[in-house]
Design a protein. Structure first.
Length: 124
């Protein structure tokens, strides 16, 4: 039986519930709020800039092993169980030191709902 391990150095699926992936998503979100990226530049449906006011849900993630790990993550952002938007981000983990390499796309609440299905927004 032949196993396809993907291309060497390429991105591979990552566990969306992995502590490292979730930590990277939380770091990116906090960084975006501090820099005003989600609130002032894009149509993010919330007035708050406090990361504790939100719940993040990692929708998709992939990782690439380099001198550390690159994580491509799609994140849904919820406030009081209501989707307020989301984003796609590239986070670099250099042996525990996280940095946001790029925010690749800001997603509307409708785009997030389409990705996860409307039933997940209500927590079911």
């Amino acid at each position: 039986m032949e196993v396809n391990h993907g291309s060497l150095g390429g991105y591979r699926p990552a566990d969306i519930q992995s502590e490292r992936v979730v930590d990277a998503a939380n770091f990116a979100f906090a960084s975006a709020l501090e820099g005003g990226i989600l609130v002032s530049t894009f149509s993010f449906e919330s007035e708050s800039t406090n990361p504790d006011d939100f719940e993040l849900r990692v929708i998709d993630a992939s990782q690439q092993v380099v001198a550390g790990i690159n994580y491509k993550i799609t994140v849904g952002v919820f406030q009081s169980d209501h989707c307020v938007g989301g984003f796609k981000v590239l986070v670099y983990n250099h042996f525990g030191a996280l940095s946001v390499e790029s925010f690749d796309e800001i997603l509307t609440s409708n785009q997030i709902r389409q990705m996860i299905g409307d039933s997940m927004e209500k927590g079911t």
